[in-house]
Design a protein around this ligand. Structure first.
Ligand SMILES: [Zn+2]
Length: 317
């Protein structure tokens, strides 16, 4: 009999209860497509399924202001369906579901930092990387990956966390949260120009955090070769200089060639290639520790296949 795998999955049916309304791209069907694919491919049985709880307010407040937390809670409970600039929708369950998404990443950090598992993929929603300290934005209520990074620092004394964000959109929220901070290296690869319009090479952090924000804007139609080059030129050397104790991935899959929100050319197998580069780096610097967190990805087939390729490679690590 094979030894149990050391790759974990964070998923909960409750994530389906964040209802963004008819026709919205960031919809519950995204996770239904992912879990159906994991079941049909047999990956579901090979993964360790983590038990998760809602994040505690204190854990959210390491990243967001108390005004932000209160705004999300009261807006949602008060029946406000459209938050902020109009593209971030919510339903009456959304506060609890968002707290559970952040809590899912915390459970992933616990499993990896506690040495129970080698790596974990968190199939959560709502996504997080556009949410700033004080701002709901771009389908994101709380910045799940930032909450996880701060938790790793607070609970496990991790000094250096690297966050690699390969979602096709710039991770403006994560950048804003850690812009002045040298304990979190933030590297974003994204299509440029594209919404939200930030993420130029000139944005490099500030104060103590100068050089700990690395933006890699890529032109539309960039494919696997451009991404692999960017990893070799920008991602890996920065990881090497930083020597992270934990690597986190803002894993959006919307740079896939079939994604409706962007114009990049990655395929399912490209995500396996990029994941392999990350598992190698994690092996070199931090005993293989990776916590990967779902962000975007809006073509259901492309998303499901790309998550499958990502997890296949995490399982091989
Ligand atoms: Zn995205």
């Amino acid at each position: 009999m094979n030894a149990p795998s050391r790759t974990g999955l964070v998923y909960h049916d409750r994530f389906l209860d964040h209802d963004t309304g008819v026709g919205h791209q960031e919809r519950a069907d995204r996770l239904r497509a992912v879990t159906a694919r994991l079941r049909s491919s047999g990956l579901w049985q090979r993964l360790q399924h983590l038990l998760i709880d809602q994040a505690e307010e204190e854990q959210i407040l390491r990243v967001h202001s108390s005004e932000h937390l209160r705004y999300v809670r009261e807006a949602v409970r008060g029946g406000s369906w459209i938050l902020d600039e109009g593209d971030t929708h919510a339903s009456k369950e959304s506060y609890e579901v968002a707290m559970l998404a952040a809590g899912g990443v915390i459970a992933g950090v616990d499993a990896v930092m506690g040495g129970i598992l080698r790596n974990v993929f968190c199939a959560v929603r709502p996504p997080g990387h556009h949410a700033e300290q004080n701002k709901v934005m771009g389908f994101c209520l709380f910045n799940n990956i930032a909450v996880g990074a701060r938790y790793a620092q607070a609970a496990y004394g991790v000094k250096k966390v690297a966050i690699v964000d390969w979602d096709v959109h710039h991770g403006n929220g994560t950048q804003e949260i850690f812009y002045h901070d040298k304990s979190v290296l933030f590297i974003s690869l994204h299509q440029f120009p594209l919404w939200p319009g930030t993420g130029t090479r000139e944005e490099r952090g500030a104060g103590e955090g100068l050089e700990y924000t690395v933006n890699v804007p890529l032109p539309p139609e960039s494919g696997e070769e451009a991404y692999v080059d960017a990893f070799r030129r920008d991602v890996l050397p920065n990881l090497d200089a930083f020597r992270p104790e934990l690597i986190m991935i803002s894993a959006g899959f919307d740079a896939h060639r079939d994604d409706p929100l962007a114009q990049m050319r990655l395929t399912e197998s490209s995500y396996g290639v990029l994941t392999g580069m990350m598992t190698q780096a994690a092996e070199t610097y931090c005993q293989g520790r990776i916590v990967s967190v779902l962000e975007g990805g809006y073509n259901l087939e492309a998303l499901a296949g790309s998550v499958e390729a990502h997890l296949e490679m995490l399982l091989k690590a």
